[in-house]
Design a protein around this ligand. Sequence first.
Ligand code: NAI
Length: 478
Amino acid sequence: MSADIFDLIIIGGGPGGYVAAIRASQLGLKVALVEERPTLGGVCTNEGCIPSKALLDSSEHFALARDKFASHGIIIDPPRLDLARMLARKDEVVKKNTDGIAFLFKKNGITLVTGRGRLAGTEGELQQVAVNGDRGTGTGEREKIEMLSGRKVLLATGSRAVELPFLPFDGERVVSAREALSFAAVPEHLVVIGAGYIGLELGSVWRRLGAEVTVVEMLARPLPTMDGQAAEALLRVLKKQGIRFLLETGVKSGAVQDGRVRLEVAGAAGDQQLVCDRVLVAVGRRPLTDGLGLEAAGVALDDSGRLVVDENFRTTATGIYAVGDLIPGPMLAHKASEEGIVFAERLHGELSRVEYEYLPGVCYTWPEAAAVGRTEEELQQAGVAYAVGRFNFLANGRARCMDETDGFVKILADKGTGRILGVHIVGPRASDLIAEAVTAMTFGGTAEDLAMTFHAHPTLAEALKEAALAAGNRAIHA
Ligand code: NAI
């Protein structure tokens, strides 16, 4: 096997790397992928997007049964939580997904090498990748090093959670998202540091299951990159659900003692001490570049520690490419996958490109928050003249049937051309609804195009049509 020469060696089997491997192999390349974990799918599939959504769905069912069934005329004894079963189901969902990717690898004839890969120089025209691992034999001989040779290397090692220097992760009381997806018991009091995607999603899970949850955020509002009105609306609903927010508040110090964590925080509401049994630190992620041999290979990093790449995803070193969380842009699974596909196609001589302008972002709280394009604040700052069309779910028939009337759809359209510049949704199934906005924007659509498009009645999607109508001051149901 080692004597084989691959067209492409990929380091990292997450949504960037594994998708690139499949696309490259579809295009006829001989591909090897090096992955350290025993399963494919990376953080997203194993300990991120997929297990968190499994728990978000389960905990939402629990909250519905507890808080909402009675209003639908369904009377049940107060539901009881079987957390072990809920966690086992989450693990089953993960396994189905990782097994699915493993099947796709076999189907596409991709060579999977289990171990830790690093750049190990060149031999003539060929890149060398050293793999320190047991080749999946399960023998645990991790010191065994294997050399792979290939024409190109794609780096797709992703990112890892940022640690607070004064409050290091201990895997038990002070944890990252990975452990917060598997608490064996519902925390009494969970303090979440950082009101970003991870903090709000996992804070929601444990709040629904009964924990007291306090979110500490150093900025004045959650989800700092989101449209201001949308972030405000989401904040209001999450507060109504019982999550406590300490905004404009920083954590000064923390100490773990006898199973409790004491945090000294300082902010808008003054100095105070928080005592809790678990702390989730969710203050961002940083690219996983350690031990890859980047410096020796001549791969340059930018000031934020991301790899510098051109439009072909070529790093500053010949024959070495990178996608996903390693390179600039939001750290999102669907961004990494799209980059993986476009990387493979461009390597094959095709002129595909990633439409970064239309990259959607979703926060999977309930209601969900989803966005694509520019925020109102960004348009104001850029001096762009725009029209706003807004429609509240309160006036949407389907949302009323569902008893899910919190939130709205907001469409921002260019005042002159009508072209849609941004869409912001807080509401039920915003994650699915945003797809229509992404499609319309990618095709260069205007608010009028959306307004003139059939939307089945009664559906949540009608809120998009109404918001588009409102952008032209002709909403019917507002
Ligand atoms: P994030 O970047 O989304 O949010 C971090 C938050 O922490 C920010 O609001 C920031 O102001 C705050 N913060 C930073 N330092 C702080 C401190 N010392 N004290 C208090 N607050 C502080 O990061 P997060 O939630 O850790 O997620 C990491 C990455 O994973 C993000 O890039 C996100 O895009 C991605 N992700 C995306 C999801 C989705 O698309 N649904 C779900 C989970 C993660």
